[in-house]
Design a protein around this ligand. Structure first.
Ligand SMILES: Cc1cc2nc3c(=O)[nH]c(=O)nc-3n(C[C@H](O)[C@H](O)[C@H](O)COP(=O)(O)OP(=O)(O)OC[C@H]3O[C@@H](n4cnc5c(N)ncnc54)[C@H](O)[C@@H]3O)c2cc1C
Length: 410
């Protein structure tokens, strides 16, 4: 017999789990299918990375009642320091100029995963189905029938009025829905680790644009920094395999001595860097959120922040629909969401892509960008305010405000 839900979410990573939490209390029955058991060390969304949460994302987590669980491990970013090798001058952004206590917060993904998972286990209107993989779907006028396969590979059939694909950049849901995606492979990988700087980081996030790709050192704890270093694929592999001392020497040469001597590197992990834009985030009785719809280079630390705004607005629209007795898979409801989010999605995705291509000499397509005359840190002050507002997640403040976001009734 089919199990029936109002909303079925495939993927319990950062976007899917946040969305499930956002829907709780809406009156809708929700199920979330996740391929990896909750709490498992191999959960790909909740791994050793850190995520820089924008100020606006903090407000959304506050609305969900989840921020309290994150504060102990959230390192504030009070200042942003942007520089480019081979060019004089730096651009600085200070939270005080924007009247907020921090531009954003750096939180370990594992902590985000723990807080989201703990909340999900408390909710009686969200059914968690894990481990189980999405396998196939069929749509009709009234809903979507989805087959998932559990750890024993046995098929299980689920039925929902709305299907939400939150299964990441290589979304099987997106493929099964027949939605095309435009992919730009930057030919880079991010090398992610931690270091202990010789000087106090003073809650400053450093972003240094190098010919090979951007290098960020973010406050991680009072003593340590998270490193996100984008490099051409072969270089990323090479530096990952260096001894700690050789790695530190190369990192120091790339970053400079602003933070003194860099010491005690943590484990090094690498991630492929791509931009992906789905042709649409809405089709009949289905929506795509998170990396399934938009996947970004981490240079501007916007991927999850954008996803969180998408999730908050979708949850808000579905709450309104539920309160009015409207089907959550109603085409008009989904169209309102898609149109409400399109401009922010396009701006953030294009802005991130522009930054990566303008400041990385070895990224394909740079020639065209250069011919527009846009290269040069000296031009950054012109976009500084825009950049700061985007970093804080305030650029979309017109569509979201505290209390208006997801789960505000909790
Ligand atoms: C190095 C790096 C640094 C980053 N830093 C930042 C940052 O500072 N700030 C920021 O905002 N963003 C950052 N991002 C982006 C952020 O990590 C992504 O936006 C975020 O992970 C997207 O979450 P998601 O849930 O959409 O996808 P994912 O994290 O990919 O999660 C997808 C989930 O779906 C599950 N799944 C997959 N297939 C199936 C299936 N068939 N059936 C069931 N479940 C399935 C997976 O197990 C996983 O749990 C960074 C990304 C990288 C690579």
């Amino acid at each position: 017999m089919n199990e029936h839900f109002d909303v079925l979410i495939i993927g319990g990573g950062l976007a899917g789990a946040s969305f499930a939490c956002s829907l709780s209390g809406s009156g809708l029955s929700v199920a979330m299918v996740e391929a990896v058991p909750f709490g498992a060390a191999g959960q790909p969304s909740y791994d050793e990375r850190t995520t820089a949460l924008a100020w606006g994302t903090r407000r959304l987590f506050e609305d969900l009642g989840l921020w309290r669980g994150l504060t102990a491990e959230a390192a504030p970013i009070r200042r942003l320091h942007v520089s480019q090798r081979g060019r004089f001058g730096v651009t600085r952004v200070d939270c005080a100029d924007y009247g907020v206590e921090a531009l954003g917060y750096v939180v370990p993904n594992r902590v985000l995963g723990r807080v989201l998972s703990e909340r999900l286990t408390e909710l009686d209107d969200v059914t968690m189905i894990a481990p189980a993989r999405f396998d196939a779907l069929e749509r009709d006028a009234e809903g979507v029938t989805v087959t998932v396969r559990g750890g024993d590979d046995a098929p299980r059939t689920l039925r929902a009025r709305l299907l939400v694909g939150a299964d990441g950049a290589r979304s099987a849901v997106r493929d099964a829905l027949g939605v095309e995606a435009e992919v730009r492979d930057y030919g880079q990988r991010a090398v992610v680790t931690t270091v202990t700087p010789g000087y106090d980081h003073t809650d400053t996030a450093y972003e240094r644009f190098l010919p090979d790709g951007p290098l960020a050192l973010l406050p991680r704890t009072p003593e340590t920094c998270a490193v996100v270093w984008a490099l051409p694929e072969a270089e990323a592999t090479r530096v990952t395999e260096l001894t700690d001392d050789d790695f530190l020497a190369e990192l120091q040469a790339a970053f400079g001595h602003r933070l003194g001597e860099l010491r005690a590197p943590g484990e090094r992990l690498t991630y492929p860097l791509k931009r992906l834009v789905a042709a649409t985030t809405v089709t009949a009785r289905a929506a795509l959120v998170g990396s399934a719809g938009h996947h970004l280079h981490p240079a501007a630390a916007q991927g999850f922040n954008l996803a969180m705004r998408d999730v908050a607005v979708l949850a808000r629209e579905l709450r309104h629909a539920a309160a009015a007795g409207i089907d959550p898979g109603d085409a008009d409801v989904l169209t309102v969401w898609r149109e409400a989010r399109a401009a922010d999605q396009r701006r953030v995705s294009d802005f991130t892509d522009r930054i990566v291509r303008l400041f990385s000499n070895r990224v394909p397509g740079l020639g065209a960008a250069r011919s527009l005359g846009l290269v040069g840190l000296e031009l950054l002050p012109a976009v500084k305010d825009d950049m700061a507002r985007r970093s804080m997640g305030l650029a979309a403040a017109g569509t979201l405000s505290a209390g208006q976001g997801a789960g505000s009734s909790k």
